[in-house]
Design a binder for this molecule. Structure first.
Ligand code: SF4
Length: 330
């Protein structure tokens, strides 16, 4: 149980004594959620497809279905395997994740005698089509994203020639082409993407640069809501997997507008001292974070704010959040 902390009264003037008797802890520490946060429809549908298929047939997923250890643990508990593209595939059915895959990678799996289940998000499909259209129309393809991210590998593996850029220095390493077609990894912050597109236009003034906006709407909404949340909060908690790209991007974005931003995978990562003197605590979450994990974080904060007892979500206190039951509820 956390020791009672010296609460901060937002209505108190400087120098005025703290009047705890008139205020509940809930009034002292406001907890707000971002308008848009958490699991997107693409990830939700991919999890539902994997769970449904695994009820009738053993299933192997090509890579992590989502970059969230809670979800991965729940899938393992259901007997669902994860494999790399070149590793052994122990089941007849093999699933492509929401991040998609190249035609070449999928053909290799089929050639090994496996049936392929597609959970590629429609918005990743859209990005593949956008890149294919740019190439068909004679543009040199440039992807703004993380070179080693599974989605970017899927977008580029079928291409003969391409560039991947994420940092401004990488734009200066690009060669000139008469026509340059730019698309983005779906989870990149749109303001970064636009800045890099402008930089490419400035760097190659004699080239025709066309930009296909492939950043997905759920990412844009979460980024926009995170900025509004961070502006209003003294502390922001971003809930999501340690390896989730879009969760880390939310941390970076919030850090531009709020001095105290913490990344928590689950409620058990939260520390009471993070919230000392905080009037408003904002909560947001990446697109691979299940609702029950966010709820658990919010309940922990509420317990802290109201001193209603033990913050929940600590190991061993209650049902772990990563059960299949919770996944299906998400
Ligand atoms: S983050 Fe966007 S592109 Fe990726 S699965 Fe979710 S909705 Fe689809």
């Amino acid at each position: 149980m956390p020791a009672p902390r010296q609460a901060h009264d937002p209505r108190r003037r400087p120098g005025e004594p703290f009047q705890a008797a008139n205020l509940s802890r809930a009034e002292l520490m406001r907890i707000i959620r971002a308008e848009h946060l958490g699991m997107c429809f693409g990830v939700r549908d991919a999890i539902a497809l994997a769970l449904e298929h695994s009820r009738s047939q053993p299933l192997t997923i090509l890579g992590d279905l989502v970059h969230n250890e809670t979800v991965q643990a729940a899938l393992r508990a259901r007997g669902i395997r994860t494999a790399s593209g070149n590793g052994p595939l122990e089941t007849e059915s093999v699933m492509v994740t929401a991040h998609g895959a190249s035609e070449r990678a999928m053909a290799q799996v089929r050639a090994r005698g496996h049936s392929l289940l597609q959970a590629t998000c429609p918005l990743v499909h859209f990005a593949h089509q956008a890149v294919a259209n740019l190439v068909r129309e004679g543009y040199h393809p440039v992807i703004i994203g993380q070179r080693d991210h599974v989605e970017v590998r899927g977008l580029t593996e079928d291409l003969a020639d391409f560039d991947v850029v994420l940092r401004e220095e990488e734009v200066f390493e690009m060669k000139e082409h008469p026509r340059i077609g730019v698309a983005a990894q779906t989870t990149q912050p749109i303001d970064r993407v636009r800045r890099l597109v402008e930089l490419i236009q400035e760097r190659f003034p004699n080239s025709e640069v066309r930009f296909a906006d492939t950043v997905c709407q759920p990412t844009k909404q979460r980024q926009h809501s995170a900025i509004e949340l961070a502006r209003e909060s003294d502390v922001v908690v971003v809930v999501g997997g340690a390896h989730s790209n879009n969760t880390r991007e939310l941390v970076k974005t919030c850090s531009r507008f709020c001095p105290k931003v913490y990344h928590a995978q689950t409620a058990s990562d939260l520390r009471q001292e993070w919230f000392e003197e905080a009037h408003t605590v904002g909560v947001t979450a990446g697109t691979s974070t299940p609702d029950p994990v966010i709820d658990e974080v919010e309940r922990w904060l509420l317990a802290l704010a109201t001193d209603s007892g033990e913050p929940r979500g600590l190991p061993g206190e209650r049902e772990p959040v990563g059960t299949a039951h919770h996944l299906e509820a998400a």
